[in-house]
Ligand binder design. Structure first.
Ligand code: 5GP
Ligand code: ZN
Length: 116
């Protein structure tokens, strides 16, 4: 995906505050953090969202969660954290390349969703 924002970040064409990378993933600080720790864990390969994943994607999906745990410990959220994945229009996804938000900090992040 030539023009995809997170593909471009993964290729190093757009700068990011990277905190982690391996063969499957990169992770970097969200440009507009919602909590003191707000990281994005992003597959290197262009996957649009959980709406398109199959069993073949299980290695990268599993890796996203184990890396989330490690990054929370290393980036100021040792007492827990929240992982959020927005998917598609209903899920409020803005960047159409799968990513997990890993949010936290020293204080609780607050209620999960406001009830309608
Ligand atoms: P979504 O709404 O798709 O789940 O979340 C997209 C996230 O990407 C937002 O939290 C937004 O702040 C972040 N974001 C958008 N553009 C950039 C960028 O160029 N660099 C970084 N590091 N984060 C970005
Ligand atoms: Zn992409």
């Amino acid at each position: 995906m030539e023009d995809c924002l997170f593909c471009r970040i993964a290729r190093g064409e757009i700068p990011s505050r990277k905190v982690y990378e391996d063969d499957l993933l990169i992770a970097f600080h969200d440009i507009n953090p919602a909590r003191p720790m707000h990281l994005l864990v992003v597959p290197r390969r262009h996957i649009v969202s959980l709406q398109t994943v199959t069993a073949d994607d299980e290695p990268v999906l599993g890796r996203m969660l184990t890396v989330a745990r490690r990054l929370a410990e290393e980036n100021g959220s040792p007492d827990g954290f929240r992982v959020i994945i927005n998917n598609g229009r209903v899920g409020g996804q803005e960047v159409p390349h799968l990513h997990a938000h890993v949010v936290g900090g020293p204080e609780p992040v607050g209620p999960m969703l406001k009830r309608n």
